[in-house]
Design a protein around this ligand. Sequence first.
Ligand SMILES: [Zn+2]
Length: 112
Amino acid sequence: MFDSGLLTFSRTLVKSASFILLQGVPTSITLEDLREDIRRVRGVTSVHELHVWQLSESKIIASVHVCVDNSVEYMKVAANIREVLHDYNVHSCTIQPEYNVDNDGKPLQNTV
Ligand SMILES: [Zn+2]
């Protein structure tokens, strides 16, 4: 009795995970263009781990890590990134800001 709920829960997880994997990158989006447009947002110094999935015909989601310039207010940076994504028809995105990392997302040595 105790286990059945958990089992159902894990099955649901597995199902949704494989669903996402099967959808792949939407053909309407060129990842390199999107990456470049995000990188051009003021305050963004580099972009990595950009992933885009098509969940259904009308729903595209994305996740991205951005290295952010400390001098620019992050809320503005995030709003501008979301605007770029909207232009690509991505209306749901997880943005992870990173500070004091190099272009590959590795922590910088000797940061003050
Ligand atoms: Zn990262």
